[in-house]
Design a protein around this ligand. Structure first.
Ligand SMILES: NC(=O)c1ccc[n+]([C@@H]2O[C@H](COP(=O)([O-])OP(=O)(O)OC[C@H]3O[C@@H](n4cnc5c(N)ncnc54)[C@H](O)[C@@H]3O)[C@@H](O)[C@H]2O)c1
Length: 444
């Protein structure tokens, strides 16, 4: 069993550390935020991710949490799991990665620095050079990108589709692969640049599928097809598969938006215009805003209208709000003059929501007096949204299902007007007469 050091106690670092500990390795996790380390030492997990609390508890004896970089000095593997957010130019900000390289303590033997953070192609070459300049030529380097998805992170780590390892030295690659020996994982060994590109390309391809099905959904709406059936029929083709063909109001999160921008920028900086990826990004931006058009269609101008946003996290089973579509939607609604109330079952800190959004504790509080309820995140708690007490609480029984979570037939049977994304509308999808519509503004 190995001694594994981890830089960063975020989603990737903590899950990686907890899972390696569960595989029997001794793990030291280092972060720079004192509060995070204190909470972890006290047995608390600083974010919502299924199975992580149990894993940390079970492996408490094999896990050390520290602020002191010297505590990782005797580790054989040094995993870099720090954040790589976008800079103003769209490039990945590698400052935290370089801080880790600069902070490395005196190291003996042949420890291996393993990059799990998502970085641009060419980063490994630069770090190798940086290590050599620092007199750390004896430190190996490997790229081992992470593919876990928040909400399923532990399962993804323990049952990976593949483990990608790019190294300058075959022995380093073998040593990193041995860490995963306890898993039933297919290892893809390659050069460092290719490993870095595999991560970026995989994310870009997933985003492409999302934007593709969202565009198909938009065409379904104007041609009278139903995207849910279309996706089912398309996804059963074994050459295509069913994944990431769920139409909705667009992707968000800590990875897709920044990684697509970083890849687009990486290509541009190298003199190549990545047209397809540019379109994927633009389609996603427009998709987040489509709810506004749907609301206006039913309610007229949104000034003074009360809208309930149901779900704030960028996807279910996480409290991560980074680049969540809810933020754009809330901003657009406020700009239209709507009154916005929001609910989410786990987001404790909706800090990056625009000011003016009232966050409430229950679905019923959110929909009370609302002119419309918008499903923003497909939380399981919302599956029974179309019920009598919700309908009675709302000023208008209008549900905009931004994630196609509900069955339109069942929702309409409960007396609601339903609009999904790319779903067929029916003649009864109009609000009752009692609904007071403001006159459309005159066109000049
Ligand atoms: N979150 C995901 O779903 C996911 C999936 C695959 C890959 N990634 C990639 O993994 C990387 C980490 O993502 P994340 O979501 O875990 O980020 P995060 O922001 O949740 O965590 C990063 C952590 O690193 C810490 N940190 C910063 N500088 C440090 C230093 N010098 N030493 C030690 N710790 C330091 C931060 O305090 C923070 O706790 C990113 O590059 C991301 O793109 C993320």
């Amino acid at each position: 069993m190995a001694r594994v050091g981890i830089f960063g106690a975020g989603w990737v670092g903590l899950v990686t550390g907890a899972c390696f500990a569960d595989l029997g390795h001794e793990v030291v996790i280092r972060d720079v935020v004192p509060e995070k380390i204190e909470r972890l030492r006290a047995g608390e997990v600083p974010f919502h991710e299924p199975d992580v609390p149990e894993l940390l508890e079970r492996n408490r004896d094999r896990l050390i949490f520290t602020l002191d970089v010297d505590d990782i000095a005797d580790c054989e593997f040094l995993f870099v799991c720090v954040d790589t957010p976008p800079t103003y130019s769209g490039d990945a900000d590698l400052s935290r990665v370089w801080t880790v390289v600069d902070e490395l303590p005196e190291l003996d033997g042949r420890p291996i620095l393993v990059m799990k953070s998502t970085v641009p192609v060419g980063t490994g070459d630069k770090i190798r050079h940086g290590l050599d300049l620092r007199g750390l030529s004896h430190v190996g380097y490997a790229s081992n990108p992470e593919f876990l998805a928040e909400g399923n992170a532990v399962r993804d780590f323990m049952h990976p589709d593949r483990v990608v390892i790019g190294a300058f030295d075959d022995a380093d690659a073998d040593a990193v692969a041995a860490l995963y020996a306890g898993l039933d994982a297919r290892v893809v060994s390659c050069d460092v640049n290719s490993a870095e590109m595999i991560k970026l390309a995989a994310n870009a391809f997933l985003m492409t599928r999302i934007s593709f099905i969202n565009e198909i959904a938009n065409v379904c709406e104007v041609t009278g097809a139903d995207v849910v059936k279309v996706a089912e029929g398309v996804g059963l083709d074994h050459r295509l598969g069913p994944h990431f063909l769920r139409a909705g109001i667009g992707y968000g999160g800590s990875c897709f938006p920044k990684d697509s921008l970083a890849l687009k920028q990486l290509a541009s900086n190298s003199g190549y215009h990545f047209q397809l990826l540019s379109a994927v990004i633009e389609v996603n931006e427009l998709q987040k805003r489509r709810v506004i058009g749907k609301l206006t269609k039913h309610l007229g101008p949104l000034r003074g209208k009360k809208v309930a946003l149901l779900g704030l996290a960028f996807k279910p089973n996480t409290d991560d709000m980074r680049e969540a579509p809810s933020i754009v939607l809330a901003s657009r609604l406020l700009a239209e003059g709507a009154v916005v109330r929001a609910w989410d079952p786990v987001v404790a800190d909706p800090g990056n929501l625009p000011r003016g959004v009232e966050v409430v504790d229950s679905v019923l509080d959110a929909v009370d007096g609302a002119d419309a309820a918008v499903i923003v995140t497909e939380w399981a708690d919302l599956r029974d949204l179309a019920r009598e007490e919700v309908r009675d609480a709302m000023a208008n029984p209008l549900i905009i299902d931004g994630r196609n979570l509900l069955d339109p037939v069942a929702v309409r049977a409960e007396g609601f007007v339903y609009e999904g994304i790319g779903r067929r509308t029916v003649a009864t999808d109009v609000l009752p007469e009692t609904h007071e519509r403001e006159p459309e503004p005159e066109l000049h």
